[in-house]
Design a protein around this ligand. Sequence first.
Ligand code: NAP
Length: 531
Amino acid sequence: MTLSSIPLATSDLQISGGIRRSSTQICAPVMAETVDQMLLLMRKAKELGADLVEVRVDFLKNFSPRQDLEILIKQSPLPTLITYRPIWEGGQYDGDESQRQNALRLAVELEADYVDVELKVAHDFYNAIQGKKPEKVKIIVSSHNYQSTPSVEEIGDLVAKILSTGADIVKVATTALDIIDSARVFQVLVHSQVPMIGIVMGEKGFISRILSAKFGGFLTFGSIEAGVVSAPGQPSVTDLLDLYNFRQIGPDTKVHGVIGNPIGHSKSPHLYNGAFKSVNFNGIYLPLLVDNVANFLNTYSSPDFVGYSYTIPHKEAGFNCCDEIDPIAKEIGAISCMIRRPDGKLKGYNVDYLGAIAAIEEGLRASNGASNGSGSPLAGKLFVVMGAGGAGKALAFGGKEKGARVVVANRSYDKAKQLASKVGGEAISLAELENFHPEEGMILANTTSVGMKPKIENTPLPKHALKHYSLVFDAIYTPKLTRLLREAEESGATIVYGTEMFINQAFVQFEKFTGLPAPKQLIRDTLARNT
Ligand code: NAP
């Protein structure tokens, strides 16, 4: 089942401060042991910007339904959803079932805005409240699957079963074993004729929580405190609003993301979502925890899934999934960015090389006092690349492309030779580089990991050898000022930080994703704040 043929309705709604593209609400689960603590959390949820609270009364110690529900429902600053989840559906309540249902009936009587009832007992519950349910109270009939996500047909049957109970709102929560599982829930969500909550739990289901706004979900859950969640994979209200621009996501929002494994640490969502928002670009950028790149791309094949960054370990797999590859990325043998063209074809680029070379060119121009002329300041220069791994290849091919004379120095000489022959350059061993100075004013690029955190006292080339270089670049960006760069500066060379490579490749990707000029200062500031 793919997402290529989902028809999406556009329903833009106006909110203060901009367009609110979907009506999907943010619901903050409130879990605490006392009513007073719950009231505090409810106020916090409102301050954070949630639309409603899910009051998880199964977390209360010494719960007195009549007294406590009255306080919780009447004093909540936000609309309430009352949930009394039993252990047999993944909750905390381990007591008598009829007492539990009595409490839920009381919540209906006290006019909670929403009451959650599990599918297994929904028929009984409806029978018990027949004719007594106030019009304003909506019943959410829920089903939770903590093992897996069934097929689209099975989810469809489940929804029909839930509807047959008389549910006002359908809730289906499943578990992701793979990122592609969310697509099946989206498929049902987008076609649902009744309000529906569709959540795929777990780290691999994360995108379902954000994209529920795109596919018309009734609500998504957002935790009040990051990490204090009612189900795995739940983002915080703050991340939904500030990091993922949740209010601006709508049916026509274009989806981007970084494909890797692991991916939770990535700072890229901060960078691109902030930049998208600053230029009013209707796009979202997500961390995509992908196991199999081909399966991911085949599943999310709709024209709205448009742009990806690639990181470890998927750069090569991404390369193999392209319909077309930029000539230099082809020579390098790895891509770091992929765009779905309007005709649906996937085109791969290696923006690492563009980022690194642009950073070095800027450094050269600044040190020569030259303006942005048409020719590259690298042309004709002797360009020494230390390292022959992924970054080394990108730098060596980039140097060749700009007309530099490339020398590759690597610990494993064979790899240096292989790369040098591909770029029409010379190969030497890393040891030989110490006494290599055929001319003055050479350019040096380190792409080995020597000097990277935590071994920051190491350096790939001793200080005495650095005086022959006019510019030294280090791909390492942790730390920003490596020992190599510090000693190069002391030796009189212009230095270019690895962070500049990262920033420049982000500019290039932004422009490929949006077709707009990158908001460079904003991207720099975001990166400075998040590293
Ligand atoms: P890679 O493919 O694993 O290549 C590692 C390179 O480092 C190889 O040439 C390897 O030499 C060399 N090396 C490793 N340990 C060494 C040692 N003890 N002594 C001498 N040489 C050693 O890694 P990569 O993806 O190219 O990344 C390399 C560095 O670039 C990392 O620090 C990474 O963080 C950085 N990087 C930065 C950016 C950015 O945006 N700034 C982007 C990509 C990468 P052998 O061939 O002999 O093993």
